[in-house]
Design a protein around this ligand. Structure first.
Ligand code: ARG
Length: 594
Protein backbone atom coordinates (compact mmCIF):
# COMPACT_ATOMS: atom_id res chain seq x y z
CA UNK A 1 0.00 0.00 0.00
CA UNK A 2 1.20 3.45 -0.84
CA UNK A 3 1.95 5.29 2.38
CA UNK A 4 1.26 8.92 2.99
CA UNK A 5 4.68 9.73 4.41
CA UNK A 6 5.00 12.60 1.98
CA UNK A 7 1.94 14.43 3.30
CA UNK A 8 2.39 16.51 6.38
CA UNK A 9 -0.21 17.04 9.06
CA UNK A 10 -2.22 20.17 8.36
CA UNK A 11 -1.38 21.61 11.75
CA UNK A 12 2.34 21.20 10.99
CA UNK A 13 1.98 23.12 7.74
CA UNK A 14 0.35 26.00 9.60
CA UNK A 15 2.94 25.85 12.33
CA UNK A 16 5.77 26.06 9.81
CA UNK A 17 4.49 29.35 8.47
CA UNK A 18 4.03 30.57 11.97
CA UNK A 19 7.61 29.64 12.82
CA UNK A 20 8.90 31.68 9.92
CA UNK A 21 6.78 34.62 10.97
CA UNK A 22 8.15 34.47 14.52
CA UNK A 23 11.69 34.20 13.28
CA UNK A 24 11.31 37.06 10.83
CA UNK A 25 10.08 39.23 13.69
CA UNK A 26 13.15 38.31 15.70
CA UNK A 27 11.65 35.71 18.01
CA UNK A 28 12.48 32.10 18.62
CA UNK A 29 10.51 29.69 16.41
CA UNK A 30 9.85 27.55 19.46
CA UNK A 31 7.13 30.02 20.41
CA UNK A 32 5.20 29.38 17.21
CA UNK A 33 3.20 26.45 18.56
CA UNK A 34 -0.20 26.20 16.90
CA UNK A 35 -3.24 24.46 18.36
CA UNK A 36 -6.78 23.86 17.31
CA UNK A 37 -8.89 26.82 18.38
CA UNK A 38 -10.72 26.45 21.64
CA UNK A 39 -13.06 29.24 20.48
CA UNK A 40 -14.32 27.96 17.12
CA UNK A 41 -16.68 30.95 17.02
CA UNK A 42 -13.65 33.25 16.78
CA UNK A 43 -11.12 31.32 14.77
CA UNK A 44 -10.03 27.94 13.45
CA UNK A 45 -6.54 27.59 14.85
CA UNK A 46 -4.67 29.66 17.37
CA UNK A 47 -1.18 30.44 18.58
CA UNK A 48 -0.46 31.57 22.11
CA UNK A 49 3.28 31.94 21.60
CA UNK A 50 3.31 35.72 22.06
CA UNK A 51 2.02 35.23 25.58
CA UNK A 52 4.69 32.66 26.28
CA UNK A 53 7.44 34.85 24.84
CA UNK A 54 6.50 38.03 26.69
CA UNK A 55 8.66 37.27 29.69
CA UNK A 56 11.76 36.32 27.73
CA UNK A 57 11.59 39.34 25.48
CA UNK A 58 10.23 41.76 28.11
CA UNK A 59 7.59 42.97 25.72
CA UNK A 60 3.84 43.16 25.85
CA UNK A 61 2.42 40.00 24.29
CA UNK A 62 0.11 42.10 22.11
CA UNK A 63 3.15 43.82 20.59
CA UNK A 64 4.82 40.50 19.78
CA UNK A 65 1.58 39.15 18.37
CA UNK A 66 1.12 42.06 15.98
CA UNK A 67 4.74 41.97 14.87
CA UNK A 68 4.31 38.31 14.04
CA UNK A 69 0.99 38.65 12.24
CA UNK A 70 2.45 41.45 10.10
CA UNK A 71 4.68 38.78 8.57
CA UNK A 72 1.83 36.53 7.54
CA UNK A 73 0.31 38.64 4.79
CA UNK A 74 1.76 36.46 2.04
CA UNK A 75 1.09 33.14 3.76
CA UNK A 76 0.11 30.23 1.56
CA UNK A 77 -2.24 28.73 4.11
CA UNK A 78 -3.30 31.50 6.47
CA UNK A 79 -6.05 33.80 5.30
CA UNK A 80 -6.33 35.81 8.44
CA UNK A 81 -4.03 36.02 11.44
CA UNK A 82 -5.39 38.42 13.94
CA UNK A 83 -3.57 39.64 17.02
CA UNK A 84 -6.12 40.01 19.78
CA UNK A 85 -5.75 41.15 23.35
CA UNK A 86 -3.99 40.25 25.49
CA UNK A 87 -1.76 38.62 22.87
CA UNK A 88 -3.42 35.69 21.22
CA UNK A 89 -3.08 35.08 17.52
CA UNK A 90 -6.33 33.92 15.95
CA UNK A 91 -5.97 32.07 12.70
CA UNK A 92 -8.29 31.36 9.81
CA UNK A 93 -7.18 29.25 6.88
CA UNK A 94 -7.37 29.96 3.18
CA UNK A 95 -10.18 28.00 1.56
CA UNK A 96 -8.03 27.14 -1.45
CA UNK A 97 -5.32 25.78 0.82
CA UNK A 98 -7.74 23.57 2.72
CA UNK A 99 -9.32 22.33 -0.50
CA UNK A 100 -5.90 21.48 -1.96
CA UNK A 101 -4.93 19.70 1.21
CA UNK A 102 -8.11 17.60 1.14
CA UNK A 103 -7.67 16.82 -2.56
CA UNK A 104 -4.22 15.55 -1.64
CA UNK A 105 -5.76 13.31 1.01
CA UNK A 106 -8.30 12.03 -1.47
CA UNK A 107 -5.54 11.06 -3.88
CA UNK A 108 -3.66 9.06 -1.25
CA UNK A 109 -4.55 5.49 -0.30
CA UNK A 110 -3.62 6.25 3.28
CA UNK A 111 -5.57 9.53 3.30
CA UNK A 112 -2.36 11.43 3.98
CA UNK A 113 -1.64 9.59 7.20
CA UNK A 114 1.97 10.29 8.13
CA UNK A 115 3.37 6.84 8.69
CA UNK A 116 6.35 6.18 10.93
CA UNK A 117 9.68 6.83 9.24
CA UNK A 118 11.34 4.13 11.29
CA UNK A 119 8.85 1.30 11.69
CA UNK A 120 9.02 -0.43 15.05
CA UNK A 121 8.39 -4.05 15.93
CA UNK A 122 5.45 -3.98 18.32
CA UNK A 123 3.73 -6.86 20.11
CA UNK A 124 0.23 -6.33 21.45
CA UNK A 125 -0.61 -8.78 24.24
CA UNK A 126 -4.39 -8.83 24.42
CA UNK A 127 -7.39 -11.09 24.75
CA UNK A 128 -5.79 -13.28 27.39
CA UNK A 129 -8.73 -15.68 27.77
CA UNK A 130 -8.37 -18.64 30.08
CA UNK A 131 -8.72 -21.91 28.24
CA UNK A 132 -11.64 -24.14 29.24
CA UNK A 133 -13.46 -21.33 30.97
CA UNK A 134 -16.21 -19.77 28.88
CA UNK A 135 -15.46 -16.39 27.33
CA UNK A 136 -17.35 -13.78 29.24
CA UNK A 137 -17.78 -10.04 29.05
CA UNK A 138 -14.67 -9.50 31.15
CA UNK A 139 -12.64 -10.66 28.17
CA UNK A 140 -14.54 -8.41 25.82
CA UNK A 141 -12.72 -5.21 26.68
CA UNK A 142 -9.23 -6.58 26.21
CA UNK A 143 -10.22 -8.01 22.83
CA UNK A 144 -11.90 -4.83 21.62
CA UNK A 145 -9.27 -2.37 22.84
CA UNK A 146 -6.30 -4.53 21.87
CA UNK A 147 -7.65 -5.17 18.39
CA UNK A 148 -8.08 -1.45 17.85
CA UNK A 149 -4.57 -0.63 19.10
CA UNK A 150 -3.13 -3.30 16.85
CA UNK A 151 -4.90 -1.85 13.81
CA UNK A 152 -3.88 1.71 14.69
CA UNK A 153 -0.22 0.76 15.15
CA UNK A 154 -0.25 -1.08 11.86
CA UNK A 155 -1.82 1.87 10.05
CA UNK A 156 0.98 4.03 11.43
CA UNK A 157 3.37 1.81 9.51
CA UNK A 158 4.70 -0.37 12.29
CA UNK A 159 5.25 -4.10 12.19
CA UNK A 160 2.71 -5.42 14.68
CA UNK A 161 1.93 -8.86 16.07
CA UNK A 162 -1.14 -9.47 18.17
CA UNK A 163 -0.60 -12.28 20.68
CA UNK A 164 -3.59 -13.78 22.51
CA UNK A 165 -1.46 -15.04 25.41
CA UNK A 166 -3.82 -17.83 26.44
CA UNK A 167 -4.17 -18.70 30.09
CA UNK A 168 -3.59 -22.38 29.44
CA UNK A 169 -1.32 -23.63 32.17
CA UNK A 170 -3.07 -23.03 35.41
CA UNK A 171 -5.03 -24.73 38.12
CA UNK A 172 -8.15 -24.88 35.91
CA UNK A 173 -6.42 -27.67 33.98
CA UNK A 174 -5.86 -29.69 37.15
CA UNK A 175 -9.51 -29.15 38.09
CA UNK A 176 -10.75 -30.48 34.78
CA UNK A 177 -8.45 -33.50 34.92
CA UNK A 178 -9.65 -34.29 38.45
CA UNK A 179 -13.31 -33.98 37.57
CA UNK A 180 -12.85 -36.11 34.48
CA UNK A 181 -11.08 -38.73 36.54
CA UNK A 182 -13.88 -38.82 39.07
CA UNK A 183 -16.50 -39.24 36.32
CA UNK A 184 -14.65 -41.62 34.03
CA UNK A 185 -11.83 -43.35 35.90
CA UNK A 186 -11.74 -46.08 33.24
CA UNK A 187 -10.22 -43.75 30.62
CA UNK A 188 -6.67 -44.72 29.63
CA UNK A 189 -5.30 -41.31 30.67
CA UNK A 190 -5.68 -42.37 34.28
CA UNK A 191 -4.07 -45.76 33.88
CA UNK A 192 -0.39 -45.34 34.69
CA UNK A 193 0.49 -48.69 33.16
CA UNK A 194 -1.05 -47.70 29.82
CA UNK A 195 1.62 -47.21 27.21
CA UNK A 196 -0.38 -47.33 23.97
CA UNK A 197 -1.65 -44.49 21.84
CA UNK A 198 -4.30 -42.32 23.51
CA UNK A 199 -7.56 -41.79 21.60
CA UNK A 200 -7.54 -39.07 18.99
CA UNK A 201 -10.94 -37.73 19.92
CA UNK A 202 -11.45 -35.69 23.04
CA UNK A 203 -13.52 -37.37 25.79
CA UNK A 204 -15.74 -34.24 25.97
CA UNK A 205 -17.36 -31.60 23.79
CA UNK A 206 -17.04 -27.87 24.32
CA UNK A 207 -20.37 -27.69 26.12
CA UNK A 208 -19.39 -30.55 28.41
CA UNK A 209 -16.10 -28.84 29.06
CA UNK A 210 -17.88 -25.64 29.97
CA UNK A 211 -19.97 -27.55 32.46
CA UNK A 212 -17.04 -29.56 33.86
CA UNK A 213 -14.98 -26.54 34.81
CA UNK A 214 -17.50 -24.72 37.02
CA UNK A 215 -18.57 -27.99 38.61
CA UNK A 216 -14.99 -28.87 39.47
CA UNK A 217 -14.26 -25.38 40.67
CA UNK A 218 -17.31 -25.52 42.95
CA UNK A 219 -16.38 -28.94 44.33
CA UNK A 220 -12.82 -27.86 45.06
CA UNK A 221 -14.09 -25.02 47.16
CA UNK A 222 -16.13 -27.34 49.36
CA UNK A 223 -13.95 -30.40 49.42
CA UNK A 224 -10.38 -30.10 50.63
CA UNK A 225 -9.33 -33.57 49.42
CA UNK A 226 -10.69 -32.81 45.96
CA UNK A 227 -8.75 -29.56 45.93
CA UNK A 228 -5.57 -31.40 46.89
CA UNK A 229 -6.15 -33.81 44.02
CA UNK A 230 -6.62 -30.95 41.58
CA UNK A 231 -3.47 -29.23 42.78
CA UNK A 232 -1.60 -32.49 42.44
CA UNK A 233 -2.98 -33.06 38.94
CA UNK A 234 -1.83 -29.52 38.01
CA UNK A 235 1.59 -30.34 39.38
CA UNK A 236 1.80 -33.64 37.49
CA UNK A 237 0.65 -31.99 34.26
CA UNK A 238 3.23 -29.27 34.63
CA UNK A 239 5.88 -31.90 35.14
CA UNK A 240 5.10 -33.83 32.01
CA UNK A 241 2.64 -36.59 33.12
CA UNK A 242 1.91 -38.45 29.88
CA UNK A 243 -1.82 -39.09 30.30
CA UNK A 244 -2.53 -35.61 31.66
CA UNK A 245 -0.60 -34.04 28.83
CA UNK A 246 -2.86 -35.94 26.44
CA UNK A 247 -5.93 -34.56 28.23
CA UNK A 248 -4.39 -31.09 28.14
CA UNK A 249 -4.02 -31.42 24.37
CA UNK A 250 -7.69 -32.38 24.08
CA UNK A 251 -8.73 -29.42 26.22
CA UNK A 252 -6.63 -27.11 24.07
CA UNK A 253 -8.00 -28.41 20.78
CA UNK A 254 -11.61 -28.24 21.83
CA UNK A 255 -11.26 -24.90 23.56
CA UNK A 256 -9.13 -23.12 21.02
CA UNK A 257 -11.50 -24.07 18.20
CA UNK A 258 -14.32 -22.51 20.20
CA UNK A 259 -12.28 -19.42 21.04
CA UNK A 260 -11.39 -18.93 17.39
CA UNK A 261 -15.04 -19.01 16.47
CA UNK A 262 -15.90 -16.46 19.13
CA UNK A 263 -13.13 -14.04 18.27
CA UNK A 264 -13.89 -14.36 14.59
CA UNK A 265 -17.43 -13.33 15.40
CA UNK A 266 -16.01 -10.23 17.03
CA UNK A 267 -13.73 -9.55 14.08
CA UNK A 268 -10.79 -9.87 16.40
CA UNK A 269 -7.85 -11.62 14.83
CA UNK A 270 -4.64 -12.73 16.53
CA UNK A 271 -1.41 -13.30 14.68
CA UNK A 272 -0.03 -15.47 17.44
CA UNK A 273 -1.92 -18.05 19.46
CA UNK A 274 0.74 -18.51 22.06
CA UNK A 275 0.01 -19.07 25.69
CA UNK A 276 1.44 -19.48 29.14
CA UNK A 277 2.28 -23.11 28.35
CA UNK A 278 4.60 -22.01 25.54
CA UNK A 279 6.66 -20.04 28.01
CA UNK A 280 7.36 -22.99 30.32
CA UNK A 281 10.37 -24.30 28.49
CA UNK A 282 12.19 -21.01 29.04
CA UNK A 283 11.73 -21.08 32.80
CA UNK A 284 14.50 -23.41 34.07
CA UNK A 285 17.30 -21.58 32.25
CA UNK A 286 15.89 -18.22 33.15
CA UNK A 287 15.70 -19.06 36.85
CA UNK A 288 19.20 -20.48 36.84
CA UNK A 289 20.61 -17.35 35.23
CA UNK A 290 18.71 -15.01 37.54
CA UNK A 291 20.09 -16.87 40.56
CA UNK A 292 23.62 -17.13 39.23
CA UNK A 293 23.85 -13.51 38.27
CA UNK A 294 22.47 -12.41 41.59
CA UNK A 295 19.24 -10.79 40.39
CA UNK A 296 17.07 -13.17 42.36
CA UNK A 297 17.44 -14.16 45.97
CA UNK A 298 15.63 -16.35 48.49
CA UNK A 299 13.12 -14.66 50.69
CA UNK A 300 11.16 -16.75 53.16
CA UNK A 301 11.66 -19.87 51.03
CA UNK A 302 10.57 -18.21 47.81
CA UNK A 303 12.74 -16.91 45.00
CA UNK A 304 12.19 -13.19 44.41
CA UNK A 305 13.56 -10.20 42.52
CA UNK A 306 13.57 -6.88 44.37
CA UNK A 307 11.93 -4.17 42.31
CA UNK A 308 11.50 -1.35 44.81
CA UNK A 309 12.99 1.92 43.52
CA UNK A 310 14.20 4.86 45.57
CA UNK A 311 11.74 7.27 44.05
CA UNK A 312 8.73 5.09 44.93
CA UNK A 313 6.32 6.69 47.31
CA UNK A 314 4.53 3.40 47.89
CA UNK A 315 5.89 -0.01 48.63
CA UNK A 316 6.39 -2.16 45.54
CA UNK A 317 6.74 -5.74 46.78
CA UNK A 318 9.39 -8.02 45.29
CA UNK A 319 8.46 -9.96 42.18
CA UNK A 320 8.03 -13.59 43.21
CA UNK A 321 9.29 -16.04 40.60
CA UNK A 322 9.30 -19.39 42.37
CA UNK A 323 7.30 -20.63 45.31
CA UNK A 324 8.92 -22.60 48.12
CA UNK A 325 7.51 -25.83 46.67
CA UNK A 326 9.25 -25.14 43.37
CA UNK A 327 6.10 -24.12 41.49
CA UNK A 328 6.18 -21.16 39.11
CA UNK A 329 3.76 -18.27 39.28
CA UNK A 330 1.95 -15.86 37.00
CA UNK A 331 4.99 -13.57 37.11
CA UNK A 332 7.39 -16.38 36.23
CA UNK A 333 5.36 -17.10 33.13
CA UNK A 334 5.23 -13.46 32.10
CA UNK A 335 8.98 -13.07 32.50
CA UNK A 336 9.62 -16.29 30.56
CA UNK A 337 7.27 -15.04 27.85
CA UNK A 338 9.46 -11.95 27.62
CA UNK A 339 12.50 -14.20 27.19
CA UNK A 340 10.70 -15.96 24.34
CA UNK A 341 9.52 -12.72 22.72
CA UNK A 342 12.98 -11.24 22.92
CA UNK A 343 14.46 -14.34 21.30
CA UNK A 344 11.87 -14.65 18.57
CA UNK A 345 11.03 -11.06 17.69
CA UNK A 346 13.30 -8.65 19.54
CA UNK A 347 10.39 -6.21 19.87
CA UNK A 348 10.89 -2.46 20.27
CA UNK A 349 7.67 -2.25 22.19
CA UNK A 350 5.17 -4.53 23.93
CA UNK A 351 1.73 -3.29 24.87
CA UNK A 352 -0.25 -5.28 27.44
CA UNK A 353 -4.00 -4.72 27.39
CA UNK A 354 -5.17 -6.13 30.70
CA UNK A 355 -7.63 -5.36 33.50
CA UNK A 356 -6.26 -2.41 35.46
CA UNK A 357 -6.43 -4.39 38.68
CA UNK A 358 -3.35 -6.21 37.42
CA UNK A 359 -1.29 -3.04 37.25
CA UNK A 360 1.02 -3.86 40.17
CA UNK A 361 1.83 -7.22 38.62
CA UNK A 362 2.99 -5.50 35.46
CA UNK A 363 4.99 -2.86 37.33
CA UNK A 364 6.86 -5.73 38.98
CA UNK A 365 7.33 -7.62 35.73
CA UNK A 366 8.54 -4.61 33.76
CA UNK A 367 11.01 -3.64 36.44
CA UNK A 368 12.29 -7.18 36.93
CA UNK A 369 12.68 -7.68 33.19
CA UNK A 370 14.69 -4.48 32.76
CA UNK A 371 16.75 -4.97 35.86
CA UNK A 372 17.72 -8.53 34.98
CA UNK A 373 18.37 -7.69 31.35
CA UNK A 374 15.63 -9.99 30.06
CA UNK A 375 14.75 -7.16 27.71
CA UNK A 376 17.08 -4.28 26.81
CA UNK A 377 16.70 -0.99 28.63
CA UNK A 378 15.32 0.74 25.52
CA UNK A 379 12.47 -1.73 24.98
CA UNK A 380 9.25 0.04 25.72
CA UNK A 381 6.98 -2.04 27.96
CA UNK A 382 3.57 -0.45 28.28
CA UNK A 383 0.56 -1.42 30.32
CA UNK A 384 -2.85 -0.28 29.20
CA UNK A 385 -5.11 -1.15 32.10
CA UNK A 386 -8.81 -1.05 31.45
CA UNK A 387 -11.71 -0.55 33.82
CA UNK A 388 -14.71 -2.74 34.45
CA UNK A 389 -17.72 -3.03 32.22
CA UNK A 390 -20.65 -2.44 34.55
CA UNK A 391 -24.38 -2.98 34.31
CA UNK A 392 -26.87 -0.16 34.75
CA UNK A 393 -26.76 -0.81 38.49
CA UNK A 394 -23.11 0.23 38.49
CA UNK A 395 -21.96 -3.27 39.41
CA UNK A 396 -19.97 -5.60 37.12
CA UNK A 397 -22.14 -6.61 34.20
CA UNK A 398 -24.31 -9.68 34.84
CA UNK A 399 -27.15 -11.51 33.13
CA UNK A 400 -30.72 -10.71 34.16
CA UNK A 401 -30.56 -13.77 36.38
CA UNK A 402 -27.41 -12.42 38.00
CA UNK A 403 -25.00 -14.89 36.46
CA UNK A 404 -21.90 -14.24 34.43
CA UNK A 405 -22.95 -13.09 30.96
CA UNK A 406 -21.41 -15.13 28.21
CA UNK A 407 -20.04 -13.20 25.32
CA UNK A 408 -22.10 -15.09 22.77
CA UNK A 409 -25.31 -14.28 24.57
CA UNK A 410 -24.42 -10.64 24.91
CA UNK A 411 -23.75 -10.38 21.19
CA UNK A 412 -26.99 -12.22 20.43
CA UNK A 413 -28.96 -9.85 22.63
CA UNK A 414 -27.56 -6.78 20.89
CA UNK A 415 -28.15 -8.26 17.46
CA UNK A 416 -31.74 -9.00 18.32
CA UNK A 417 -32.26 -5.42 19.43
CA UNK A 418 -30.66 -4.13 16.22
CA UNK A 419 -32.72 -6.53 14.13
CA UNK A 420 -35.93 -5.05 15.53
CA UNK A 421 -34.84 -1.50 14.76
CA UNK A 422 -33.63 -2.33 11.28
CA UNK A 423 -36.79 -4.21 10.42
CA UNK A 424 -38.86 -1.26 11.66
CA UNK A 425 -36.90 1.04 9.36
CA UNK A 426 -37.74 -1.08 6.33
CA UNK A 427 -34.88 0.20 4.20
CA UNK A 428 -33.21 -3.17 4.29
CA UNK A 429 -34.64 -6.28 2.65
CA UNK A 430 -35.67 -9.12 4.90
CA UNK A 431 -32.81 -11.37 3.83
CA UNK A 432 -30.25 -8.64 4.53
CA UNK A 433 -31.75 -7.60 7.84
CA UNK A 434 -29.97 -10.26 9.89
CA UNK A 435 -26.59 -9.53 8.36
CA UNK A 436 -27.09 -5.79 8.78
CA UNK A 437 -28.17 -6.29 12.38
CA UNK A 438 -24.92 -8.12 13.03
CA UNK A 439 -22.82 -5.37 11.45
CA UNK A 440 -24.62 -2.58 13.27
CA UNK A 441 -24.70 -4.56 16.52
CA UNK A 442 -20.94 -4.89 16.40
CA UNK A 443 -20.59 -1.13 16.07
CA UNK A 444 -22.87 -0.68 19.09
CA UNK A 445 -20.74 -2.94 21.26
CA UNK A 446 -17.33 -1.80 20.10
CA UNK A 447 -18.04 1.92 19.92
CA UNK A 448 -19.82 1.74 23.26
CA UNK A 449 -16.63 0.38 24.76
CA UNK A 450 -14.00 2.32 22.83
CA UNK A 451 -15.63 5.73 23.17
CA UNK A 452 -14.72 5.66 26.86
CA UNK A 453 -11.19 6.21 27.99
CA UNK A 454 -9.93 2.65 28.48
CA UNK A 455 -8.87 3.05 32.10
CA UNK A 456 -12.36 4.13 33.20
CA UNK A 457 -15.18 1.83 34.21
CA UNK A 458 -18.23 2.22 32.01
CA UNK A 459 -21.87 1.24 32.00
CA UNK A 460 -22.93 -1.17 29.29
CA UNK A 461 -26.29 0.29 28.37
CA UNK A 462 -27.98 -1.67 25.58
CA UNK A 463 -30.62 0.99 24.90
CA UNK A 464 -28.12 3.79 24.62
CA UNK A 465 -25.51 1.85 22.66
CA UNK A 466 -27.98 0.67 20.04
CA UNK A 467 -29.55 4.09 19.50
CA UNK A 468 -29.23 5.68 16.05
CA UNK A 469 -28.85 9.05 17.70
CA UNK A 470 -26.18 10.47 19.95
CA UNK A 471 -22.63 9.39 20.51
CA UNK A 472 -23.04 5.79 19.36
CA UNK A 473 -21.69 3.36 16.81
CA UNK A 474 -25.00 3.10 14.97
CA UNK A 475 -25.12 6.91 14.61
CA UNK A 476 -21.70 6.86 12.95
CA UNK A 477 -22.80 4.05 10.63
CA UNK A 478 -26.02 5.85 9.87
CA UNK A 479 -23.99 8.86 8.77
CA UNK A 480 -21.80 6.74 6.52
CA UNK A 481 -24.85 5.04 5.02
CA UNK A 482 -26.39 8.46 4.36
CA UNK A 483 -23.27 9.55 2.45
CA UNK A 484 -23.18 6.27 0.54
CA UNK A 485 -26.74 6.76 -0.56
CA UNK A 486 -26.05 10.29 -1.84
CA UNK A 487 -23.00 9.09 -3.73
CA UNK A 488 -24.99 6.22 -5.23
CA UNK A 489 -27.68 8.58 -6.44
CA UNK A 490 -25.05 10.88 -7.89
CA UNK A 491 -23.61 7.99 -9.85
CA UNK A 492 -27.04 6.73 -10.91
CA UNK A 493 -27.66 10.16 -12.39
CA UNK A 494 -24.57 9.84 -14.52
CA UNK A 495 -22.04 11.46 -12.22
CA UNK A 496 -18.61 9.94 -11.81
CA UNK A 497 -16.68 9.90 -8.56
CA UNK A 498 -13.18 9.50 -9.82
CA UNK A 499 -11.11 12.56 -10.54
CA UNK A 500 -13.52 15.09 -9.00
CA UNK A 501 -11.97 17.75 -6.80
CA UNK A 502 -12.93 20.18 -4.11
CA UNK A 503 -12.82 23.73 -5.36
CA UNK A 504 -13.25 26.40 -2.75
CA UNK A 505 -15.85 26.66 -0.06
CA UNK A 506 -19.39 28.03 -0.10
CA UNK A 507 -20.59 28.03 3.45
CA UNK A 508 -19.51 28.06 7.02
CA UNK A 509 -20.73 24.51 7.55
CA UNK A 510 -18.83 23.32 4.51
CA UNK A 511 -15.62 24.84 5.80
CA UNK A 512 -16.21 23.33 9.23
CA UNK A 513 -16.57 19.91 7.63
CA UNK A 514 -13.41 20.41 5.58
CA UNK A 515 -11.38 21.50 8.57
CA UNK A 516 -12.56 18.52 10.56
CA UNK A 517 -11.75 16.05 7.78
CA UNK A 518 -8.28 17.57 7.45
CA UNK A 519 -7.44 16.59 11.04
CA UNK A 520 -7.48 12.85 10.35
CA UNK A 521 -3.74 12.29 10.32
CA UNK A 522 -3.15 14.20 13.52
CA UNK A 523 -5.93 12.37 15.35
CA UNK A 524 -4.69 8.93 14.41
CA UNK A 525 -1.15 9.78 15.40
CA UNK A 526 -2.29 11.02 18.81
CA UNK A 527 -4.49 7.96 19.32
CA UNK A 528 -1.47 5.81 18.59
CA UNK A 529 0.97 7.66 20.81
CA UNK A 530 -1.41 7.83 23.73
CA UNK A 531 -2.93 4.36 23.18
CA UNK A 532 -6.26 6.13 23.02
CA UNK A 533 -8.84 4.77 20.58
CA UNK A 534 -11.41 6.95 22.39
CA UNK A 535 -9.83 9.93 20.66
CA UNK A 536 -10.76 8.43 17.30
CA UNK A 537 -14.32 7.97 18.56
CA UNK A 538 -14.51 11.59 19.71
CA UNK A 539 -13.17 12.67 16.35
CA UNK A 540 -15.64 10.74 14.21
CA UNK A 541 -18.49 11.85 16.41
CA UNK A 542 -17.51 15.47 15.69
CA UNK A 543 -16.96 14.69 12.05
CA UNK A 544 -20.37 13.01 11.75
CA UNK A 545 -22.00 15.97 13.48
CA UNK A 546 -20.43 18.59 11.22
CA UNK A 547 -21.24 16.47 8.22
CA UNK A 548 -24.90 16.23 9.23
CA UNK A 549 -25.07 19.97 9.78
CA UNK A 550 -23.59 20.54 6.32
CA UNK A 551 -26.01 18.01 4.84
CA UNK A 552 -29.05 19.72 6.35
CA UNK A 553 -27.95 23.17 5.22
CA UNK A 554 -26.77 22.36 1.74
CA UNK A 555 -28.33 21.51 -1.58
CA UNK A 556 -26.11 18.76 -2.86
CA UNK A 557 -27.77 16.64 -5.53
CA UNK A 558 -30.22 19.42 -6.32
CA UNK A 559 -27.39 21.87 -6.88
CA UNK A 560 -27.55 23.36 -10.39
CA UNK A 561 -23.98 24.52 -10.71
CA UNK A 562 -22.19 21.34 -11.80
CA UNK A 563 -18.79 22.47 -10.51
CA UNK A 564 -20.24 23.25 -7.14
CA UNK A 565 -22.02 19.93 -7.08
CA UNK A 566 -18.94 17.90 -7.91
CA UNK A 567 -16.94 19.85 -5.36
CA UNK A 568 -19.48 18.92 -2.65
CA UNK A 569 -19.47 15.33 -3.84
CA UNK A 570 -15.67 15.20 -3.63
CA UNK A 571 -15.94 16.39 -0.04
CA UNK A 572 -18.50 13.67 0.65
CA UNK A 573 -16.23 11.04 -0.85
CA UNK A 574 -13.44 12.15 1.45
CA UNK A 575 -15.68 12.35 4.52
CA UNK A 576 -16.91 8.83 3.88
CA UNK A 577 -13.39 7.51 3.40
CA UNK A 578 -12.18 9.16 6.60
CA UNK A 579 -15.12 7.77 8.58
CA UNK A 580 -14.61 4.31 7.11
CA UNK A 581 -10.89 4.35 7.79
CA UNK A 582 -11.56 5.35 11.38
CA UNK A 583 -14.15 2.67 12.07
CA UNK A 584 -11.83 0.12 10.54
CA UNK A 585 -9.22 1.20 13.07
CA UNK A 586 -11.84 0.74 15.77
CA UNK A 587 -12.59 -2.74 14.46
CA UNK A 588 -15.99 -2.51 12.78
CA UNK A 589 -17.52 -1.66 9.43
CA UNK A 590 -20.57 -0.06 7.84
CA UNK A 591 -23.35 -1.79 5.91
CA UNK A 592 -24.67 -0.57 2.56
CA UNK A 593 -28.00 0.46 4.04
CA UNK A 594 -29.67 0.36 7.41
N1 ARG B 1 -5.25 -14.71 31.45
C1 ARG B 1 -5.09 -13.52 32.21
C2 ARG B 1 -6.38 -13.23 33.00
O1 ARG B 1 -7.44 -13.70 32.63
C3 ARG B 1 -4.77 -12.32 31.37
C4 ARG B 1 -3.44 -12.40 30.66
C5 ARG B 1 -2.86 -11.04 30.43
N2 ARG B 1 -1.59 -11.06 29.76
C6 ARG B 1 -0.43 -11.35 30.36
N3 ARG B 1 0.66 -11.35 29.65
N4 ARG B 1 -0.36 -11.62 31.64
O2 ARG B 1 -6.32 -12.50 33.96
Amino acid sequence: MQGGAKMEKIIDLIEKEMEEAFEKAGYDRAYAKVTLSNRPDLCEYQCNGAMAGAKTYRKAPAVIASEVTANLAKSACIKEAEAVNPGFINIRLKESFVADYLNGMNEDHALGLSRAEEPKMIIVDYGGPNVAKPLHVGHLRSAIIGESLKRIARAMGHEVLGDIHLGDWGYQMGLIITELKSRRPELPYFDDSFDGEYPEDAPFTISELEEIYPTASGRAKEDEAYREQALNATYLLQNGHRGYTAIWNHIMNVSVADLKKNYENLDVCFDLWKGEADAQKYIPDMLRRLKEEGYAHMDDGALVIDVQEETDTKEVPPCMIQKSDGASLYGTTDLATLVQREEDYHPDEIIYVVDKRQELHFVQIFRAAKKAGIVPEETKLRFLGFGTMNGKDGKPFKTREGGVMRLENLIAEIEEEMYKKISDNRTVSEENAARTAKTVGMSAIKYGDLSNQASKDYVFDVDRFTSFEGNTGPYILYTIVRIKSILNKYEENGGTLSGIKMQGVCSESEKALMLEAARYSEVIQTAFEELAPHKICAYIYDLANVFNRFYHETKILAQEDENRKSSCIALLVLTKRVLEACIDLLGFEAPERM
